[in-house]
Write a new protein. Sequence first.
Length: 195
Amino acid sequence: MDKKQNRDKLTLQSSHHIMNPVPQCDEDIDFQSSTTMLKAYWSTQSTSNMFLQNTYWGVDEKSPVGDYWTEYLDFNYIGNHHRMTIGNLNLEPGLTYRIKVKLCGDDICFPVIYSNGVTVLTNKPVAGGLSVTLETHKLCVTCERMYDPDLEDTQEAFDAIEKYEWTLIDGNSGGMYIKWQNVNNSKITNATHLS
């Protein structure tokens, strides 16, 4: 067996009978699955710590369509901490929430600082049909675009799926012939399909 074949072999997990074909994904800080908790941290210049003694936090909720924010939780006092975790929330799947922080020195407060926000996605993407045609030395695949069912805006629901991956497996034994690969040469054929 040459070195390239050896390098392309899949790593077996736990036992030689169990293969983990699921690739490890990068952490995406724009999305979360929890509907009960938000976390945030922030920093200030060390020279500001002497007079920034009071910090207040709150939460805003973004409208399902457009860029309109409303107050979800009013400001609460947190002292002089630089990180927080809020629990016991009832966040709606498909909506985006952001933390807001107000830094104060005695009775004078600075303008509110907002996080980028995080969108709550609790359901797996919806996958549709798939068709495969064989051309000379080439497989052509057309599939329905996956989308996130939690998002109300159709374009945002499709855009939540950042990439597609493919592999070839043996339908009888489930053996994988090729490691998971990114779909690079695809084109969107219409609003709901790509090939």
